[in-house]
Design a protein around this ligand. Structure first.
Ligand SMILES: C[S@@+](CC[C@H](N)C(=O)[O-])C[C@H]1O[C@@H](n2cnc3c(N)ncnc32)[C@H](O)[C@@H]1O
Length: 453
């Protein structure tokens, strides 16, 4: 019986058959077996369910974690992208579209905002570091050539294509006018062309002098002025680099002990706060500039950082001082549209507000500043027009192939916010051909595009 029971209890169906056949008492052992098995089965099922639930929970938690991680990654990327776009927009809306006040300046701890949001001399000086870094970026990419700028940059940076292109336009325009001046002659001249001088106001670490010497085109005299802090650094760099030092000749250069400046026969680098006309007079005397010689004066993104009264005094001082001169400036226009406002805000936040922009906000007002202050004629043209109508089209096409570029709308807007303007005072006639090509200049359209930024 027990054997039968044992056998019959081997399976659930058999158990049920056995229960029916043998009654309650006889069924006792089978029943306890059955209960134990049922308990075990329940236990096993519960365990399996728990395991299934746990693994499902784990799976869901893992997926949630992965999703969160992906979201965080996307947010990070979006943030970085926004920051990058912000940086680039800041670069575009800053000095010359060429990067003044960018990462480099801040990275060097130089472009500090002035307390109270005013203008900080340190921040204004730091615009020079950014301009120099932008030049090197352009050289590295093949936009412009400059054999010496790398000697003045501590850490090279890669600028966005739009910044490189903007800097190219600025460099090519200034170079075009510079060469025109160096090659100019008196009308109907038969003898040698007159000696010439170049005076660079707020020169920063500009290397034009060294480049001209290397090309065999250096003028009789080349004088650079800037704040003492800037000239001191530049003098030190020149004094310690044979390749630069050797260009100062022919005579022995006078480099003062504190290396605040340099005076040599054809090159002088002198400290001068342009807001102080006495500094200008002193520099004029020390560099032995000659009021009678044809002189090209340039100020790239310099007067705009000064208050209008001070910059007007500089423009007048130059007109009074030289008999025959051209004064070329590169600076911003149109502060009142969206791009212009952003440009003002960015530079203000860096401690170098464009103090002069509201005084000369248009091309006409830049021209008027010259003609009101002793210059006989003046021309101003925005960089968009200059780029298309004045620069060499072959070279333009060359640089347009250097980098992938698709920011055409922003490019046009940016260029419409910068200009080159010049005043000419010509008592000798040497500047009779100087300036933008008239035919092209007449065709200039001056776009003032409303900007959404
Ligand atoms: C944007 S940087 C341009 C440097 C150079 N002209 C160029 O294009 O590479 C402006 C320069 O103007 C100089 N600057 C501004 N205000 C000045 C002032 N009141 N006196 C002398 N230099 C000044 C700054 O120190 C700085 O070197």
């Amino acid at each position: 019986m027990y054997a039968r029971n044992a056998i019959s209890c081997s399976g659930d169906d058999d158990e049920r058959v056995a229960e029916a056949q043998w009654g309650v008492t006889q069924q006792q052992p089978c029943r306890s077996n059955h209960q134990r098995r049922a308990r075990e089965r329940d236990e096993r099922e519960r365990r399996e369910r728990r395991e299934r639930e746990e693994s499902e929970r784990e799976r869901l938690q893992r997926r949630a974690r992965e999703r969160d991680e992906r979201e965080r990654e996307k947010t990070r990327e979006r943030g970085e992208e926004r920051e990058k776009r912000g940086e680039e927009r800041r670069e575009r809306t800053m000095e010359g579209g060429t990067g003044a006040g960018t990462r480099l300046g801040m990275g060097m701890g130089m472009a500090m905002a002035a307390p109270g949001g005013g203008s900080s001399t340190v921040a204004v000086q730091a615009t020079n570091d950014d301009a120099t870094a932008s030049k090197l970026s352009c050289v590295t990419k093949g936009y412009i050539y400059d054999d010496f700028v790398h000697l003045f940059v501590r850490r090279s940076v890669k600028r966005a294509p739009i910044i490189n292109r903007g800097y190219y336009a600025r460099w090519a325009t200034m170079r075009m006018l510079l060469l025109q001046f160096l090659e100019s002659d008196l009308p109907n001249a038969s003898g040698p062309s007159p000696k010439k001088q170049i005076l660079s106001l707020g020169a920063g670490f500009d290397t034009t002098f060294f480049q001209l010497v290397a090309e065999g085109r250096a003028p009789h005299k080349f004088v650079e002025l800037d704040f003492l802090e800037v000239t001191k650094k530049k003098a030190m760099m020149i004094a310690t680099k044979e390749v630069l030092l050797s260009k100062l000749g022919p005579g022995k250069p006078e480099i003062d002990a504190g290396k605040e400046g340099i005076v040599s026969e054809r090159y002088s680098l002198l400290p001068c706060d342009l807001r102080n006309l006495k500094d200008l007079d002193d520099a004029f005397a020390k560099a032995e500039l000659d009021a009678k010689l044809p002189t090209l004066i340039f100020a790239e993104c310099v007067l705009i950082y000064m208050d209008p009264a001070a910059s007007r005094k500089v423009v007048k001082w130059c007109a009074d001082k030289f008999e025959s001169a051209a004064f070329v400036i590169y600076e911003q226009i149109h502060p009142d549209d969206a791009f212009g406002q952003q440009m003002l805000k960015n530079l203000e936040s860096r401690g170098c507000p464009l103090l002069g922009l509201h005084d000369t906000p248009t091309l006409e007002s830049k021209e008027r500043r010259f003609t009101d202050l002793g210059w006989q004629r003046a021309v101003a043209m925005d960089m968009d027009a200059i780029y298309h109508q004045q620069l060499d089209p072959v070279d333009r096409r060359r640089i347009e192939r250097l980098e992938i570029f698709d920011e055409f709308e922003e490019w046009n807007i940016m260029q419409a916010h910068y200009c080159v303007a010049y005043g000419v005072k010509d008592d000798t006639g040497v500047f009779y051909k100087f300036g933008f090509s008239q035919k092209k200049a007449e065709n200039v359209q001056k776009p003032i595009t409303p900007v959404i930024m």
